[in-house]
Design a protein around this ligand. Structure first.
Ligand code: GLN
Length: 261
């Protein structure tokens, strides 16, 4: 009889242990959440898609990887159109925006919580290499300018059109499309963030050039999280402070040949 009771007890203990593991008592590493970082990856040197690996690479992925390591976070990157980024946070399709996004622009800070600034820069005007244009002030009402939809540059070319300063402000989904419009002579200029314009000119100085000075407000690039996600934002800000303090941030600026203004 005793033997039978022992076997029943042993069987019950095994069932209990199995139920415990099946109800989340499993390996803690498998419970670690992978955070989705959403971006628009035609914005080199901040982010672009590596042609061979298909990976999203650049300053932002390197910076966020260093922050994630410092804070024990796991990240995966998702590429989407720039004007889909904040809606992605709002609909829980993404956890973090890191996309050279200016936290001061428009109503963005009403819709998402932005972190500490990690880069400062202004906009610039790219024109064809043989253009006579000397800067944004020299643009005439018969001209067309391109920039990316949903960005500070995109808003600027639309505003210039509304004010009659240009015939048309063309806003496109990808920066590569904007450059193509310039190369094809469809537009007389592209308004783009200075470090991104410089990166483009590194390989296209035969067909384009930068004219005039930087313009628009001094932009402050920051990562962002869904409104109210203070815990995650605090981790990201702490990680940023730590990689600035330990020299990693400056090494990344040098790696991408960039200097925050
Ligand atoms: N810095 C600009 C903005 O915040 C452009 C960003 C981008 O195209 N990734 O709107």
């Amino acid at each position: 009889m005793k033997k039978k009771a022992l076997v029943v007890l042993l069987a019950m203990a095994m069932v209990f242990a199995f139920m415990l593991s099946a109800c989340g008592g499993g390996d803690s590493s498998s419970d670690e959440q992978v955070l989705k970082v959403v971006t628009e990856a035609t914005f080199a040197p901040f982010e672009w898609t590596d042609e061979e690996s298909g990976e999203i690479v650049g300053f932002d992925p390197d910076m966020m990887a260093a922050i994630a390591e410092d804070q024990g976070l796991k990240l995966e990157w998702v590429n989407m159109e720039f004007d889909s980024l904040i809606p992605a946070l709002e609909s829980d399709q993404g956890d973090i925006i890191c996309a050279g996004m200016n936290k001061l622009a428009g109503d963005r800070a009403d819709k998402a919580d932005f972190g500490d600034t990690y880069f400062k820069s202004r906009l610039m005007l790219l024109v064809a290499a043989d253009s006579d244009l000397t800067g944004l002030d020299a643009v005439t009402p018969d001209m067309k300018l391109a920039s990316q939809i949903g960005t500070t540059g995109g808003d600027m070319v639309k505003q210039m059109q509304e004010e009659g300063k240009i015939a048309e402000g063309i806003v496109l989904n990808q920066w590569t499309d904007c450059y193509l419009q310039l190369q094809n002579g469809e537009v007389q200029g592209v308004i783009v963030d200075k470090p991104v314009g410089y990166e483009y000119l590194m390989e296209h100085s035969d067909i384009a050039k930068y004219v005039g000075e930087g313009f628009g407000e001094m932009e402050e690039f920051a990562f962002a999280v869904k409104k109210g996600n203070t815990e995650l934002l605090d981790k990201l800000n702490t990680g940023l402070a730590n990689i600035k303090a330990n020299g990693t941030y400056d090494e990344l600026l040098a790696k991408y040949n960039m200097e925050s203004e």
